[in-house]
Structure formats: C-alpha cells, structure tokens
Design a protein around this ligand. Sequence first.
Ligand SMILES: Nc1ncnc2c1ncn2[C@@H]1O[C@H](COP(=O)(O)OP(=O)(O)O)[C@@H](O)[C@H]1O
Ligand SMILES: [Mg+2]
Length: 183
Amino acid sequence: MLTLKGKHSMVYVEDGKAIKIFKPQFRYNFWKEVRYLTVLQSQRFVPKLFDFNPEELSIEMEFINGIFIRNFIKQSDSEELRRILQRCLDICYRLDRMRIQKEEMNHPGKHILIRDDKVYFIDFERAFDSPNPSNVTQFITYLCSKQILEKAEINKPPVELLKEYKRDYSFRSYMTLKEAIFG
Ligand SMILES: Nc1ncnc2c1ncn2[C@@H]1O[C@H](COP(=O)(O)OP(=O)(O)O)[C@@H](O)[C@H]1O
Ligand SMILES: [Mg+2]
C-alpha cells in the first residue's frame, strides 16, 4: 500500500482508491473537504467521492493516478500545455461562478493532476464560500511565472481586464481575459 503524507492528513492508496485521513486537530478541514467534494461531484474535475467517516475523519475517494501540473509543465510540449492550462483556467472560472474559493490557486503545483488528457483538482480542505472568489486571478498569477509564460507562449493580461473580470464575473469578460492571455 502506498502512503502519502499531506500537511493535514495521511493518504493511503489501495485498489484505485485514496483514503485521506485527517489529523484530529483538522476536523474542520475534513468537513470542508467532504462538503466541496460533494458539491462538485457533478463537475467531472474532482475525484469521485465514495464514502466518508466523521469518527475516523476519513474520506474515501477515487485515486487519480496522474501527473502533477508542476511536472506536466516540464514534460509536455507547448501546444499540449496551452490546451491543459486553458482547461485549468476554465475550471477556475467554473469555481468562481459557483462562488467557491478553492485557495492556493497561485501555487497549484500539487493540487492539479493530469490523467489521460483530463484535468483534476484535488485537496478542497481549505475551500470556502465567497461572494468574490479569485480562483481565476490567482491561477493567472501562476501562469505569469517566467517558466510557464515562456514555455506556453502566453501573454501577461492588462490589469484593467483583470479588474473588469472581477467586477461582474461575466462570461464575456472572462473570454476577453482568456483571449488576452492565450491569444
Ligand atoms: N484523490 C487523489 N488522487 C491522487 N492523489 C491524491 C489524491 N488525494 C491525495 N492525493 C495525494 O496525497 C497527497 C496529500 O494529499 P492532500 O489532499 O494535498 O493532503 P493535505 O491537504 O493534508 O496536504 C497529495 O499531494 C497527492 O499526492
Ligand atoms: Mg492540503
């Protein structure tokens, strides 16, 4: 059995399942992860939720046997990378529209997995409901790091477009922003 150590939990991998067991002092994080995995089950970009147990603070979910985005960036070609990054940004937009702040999207290196060309977001234990979420803008900060900017051949968007997007979160302002980044 494969065992992975998280900051707030231990993750045991067996038979295609990941069992995440929270440390006792992080029971509130356990409930948040259960909540957001449940809410997002219909969205196809989170692991399937199989079961959870409040007494053990354990969550049984699909194990996504994929590649972390931070490694994917190094090993993919620029065209593949652009496609995957656009998909990630679309997922961030979906979360923004659902008024869910995932947090840490400015350093998602180990929170996004790519498997069979599909993108999965993991680790929702810090998520919260917010009237003005910033998943898109945080992820853009990540996209604008030198390494990604160069490899994916993307452009830093003008600040006005970011502000405009945050004003109304409309599909139109999102698409304008995306177009400015990916051309
Ligand atoms: N559903 C999953 N599929 C694949 N790997 C996972 C899954 N859940 C957790 N992991 C692995 O376990 C590690 C720790 O999980 P994570 O949710 O980040 O824990 P923590 O929030 O305690 O830091 C992750 O970095 C990842 O390698
Ligand atoms: Mg975590």
